[in-house]
Write a protein that binds this ligand. Structure first.
Ligand SMILES: Cc1ncc(COP(=O)(O)O)c(C=O)c1O
Length: 425
């Protein structure tokens, strides 16, 4: 056995979370074997307990119909509250600061409506140059709604020339210089393309010192890295649950609103009956005026999609069983560190990791730039049962997820990558 194989075996043997792998369905590769899955940053795997939890709701619907709202196994009326504690713990929030609802982009629109309040000279939004397109579209649509200029009123932070990741100090400098013009800062927790983990504590402090509101898109951060949204003082955050949170395609999203805003009835918002104070929700037309529920709940619009929420429950049960983010992050740092070490051991000048080297500046994902024939390399990896993804023009992203990936998977991926890039340098 070579040294790397021995180390991977030892690390897997010593991994206290290795038992969780069998709690998920692993897809099959082209030869019918279990695929080596590295796309948990795109779509998390299905927990095996999903069908049971889903069937329970289908049974309640069949048996009880409307009565399941109050007399179901888990009454539907308050079903979303099942997630409050675990989800709040995962993102470092107080339970009343978190709600599960809608989709990520829909929640972002709700948050922009409330927290983007351009006034006088302070009217710009700060984003990053490689923001996920949905975020850019959302932000621009709000500039348009306020009759502002899509170019002048958008401040775009970019990495230094020749670099791929944004430096926190540069963001701090930008905020110190232009903070008085900026109404809102919207940045990712983990950048989807490079895998860079933003220093949300420092960015939030710098933004708030300048009087800017600050929100984060945590699509690639929730369930991946440790978060302390409450302590950092973030105004709002939004995330999806189909990536590291394994709740299934297009599943229901998360939203955080800091509790310093919980009783602010002055904030404009797009309202719906489910965001109304439960005490008067069913008084219906007898009380026509909207009275927001306290906390993040007050931003809900509609009654919750129970069948979309049941899979999230299955996944969050596993997070709780695994001990929460701390042990998961501990393994994740080892796993991604091993991945980086093995890519570097290939010693190829034509392969470059774009993700930061510092473990505190990245999550589970490595983004690997392949200089030559990158698309062919990607295709050959797929043909050999490695599920990774490709971002044009030349980047392969792979995320070893601590709940279900093994050190051995990472080593096999790197060996296959070496074979796929061939001998030309
Ligand atoms: C960083 C980021 N933001 C936003 C979105 C959009 O999410 P949704 O389609 O759930 O609104 C995604 C989707 O992958 C994403 O990766």
């Amino acid at each position: 056995m070579n040294a790397a194989l021995g180390r991977a075996a030892e690390l897997d043997r010593e991994d206290p979370l290795s038992v969780f792998r069998e709690r998920f369905h692993l897809p099959l590769g082209p030869a019918g074997e279990e695929a080596r899955y590295f796309c948990g940053n795109s779509l998390g795997l299905q927990p095996r307990s999903v069908p049971d939890l889903l069937n329970r709701e289908l049974d309640d619907w069949a048996r009880l119909a409307v009565d399941a709202h109050f007399h179901g196994t888990t009454p539907w009326y308050s079903y979303h509250e099942v997630f409050r504690e675990t989800m709040a713990a995962l993102v470092g929030a107080e339970p009343g600061e978190v709600v599960i609802m809608n989709s990520l982009t829909a929640n972002l629109h709700l948050m922009l409506t409330s927290f983007y309040r351009p006034r006088g000279q302070r009217r710009k939004i700060l984003i990053e140059n490689a923001a996920f397109p949905s975020d850019t579209y959302a932000v621009k649509s709000h500039l348009r709604l306020h009759g502002l200029d899509l170019h002048e009123d958008l401040v775009v932070a970019a990495p230094r020339t020749g670099e791929t990741c944004l430096r926190t100090a540069d963001l701090e400098e930008l905020l110190a210089e232009r903070g008085s013009e900026i109404a809102l800062v919207l940045l990712p927790g983990v950048q989807y393309y490079t895998g860079e983990l933003f220093d949300m504590a420092r960015i939030t402090a710098a933004a708030r010192e300048q009087g800017c509101a600050v929100g984060f898109d945590l699509a690639h951060a929730a369930g991946n890295v440790a978060l302390q949204l409450h302590e950092w003082g973030v105004d709002f955050a939004v995330w999806c649950t189909y990536k590291y949170l394994n709740a299934g395609p297009g599943s229901v999203a998360g939203c955080f609103v800091h509790n310093r805003h919980e009783a602010r009835n002055d904030l404009p918002r797009l309202a719906g009956w489910w965001g109304n104070d439960p005490a008067s929700r069913f008084k219906m037309h007898l009380i026509p005026d909207f009275v927001p529920a306290r906390g993040a709940d007050g931003w809900q619009l509609s009654n919750p999609p129970i069948l979309a929420m049941a899979p999230l429950r299955a996944s969050l049960d596993l997070f709780r069983e695994a001990g929460g983010m701390e042990p998961l992050r501990r393994k994740s740092i080892l796993l991604t560190g091993f991945f980086e070490e093995q890519v570097n051991a290939l010693n190829r000048p034509d392969i470059k990791i774009l993700t930061p080297v510092d473990p505190s500046r990245r999550g589970a994902q490595l983004s690997i730039r392949i200089r030559d024939n990158s698309e062919e390399v990607f295709r050959s990896l797929l043909e050999q049962g490695f599920v990774v993804d490709y971002r044009r023009p030349d980047v392969i992203r792979a995320a070893p997820v601590p709940l279900y990936n093994r050190f051995r998977d990472v080593l096999d991926l790197c060996n296959c990558l070496r074979d796929c890039v061939g001998n030309d340098r």
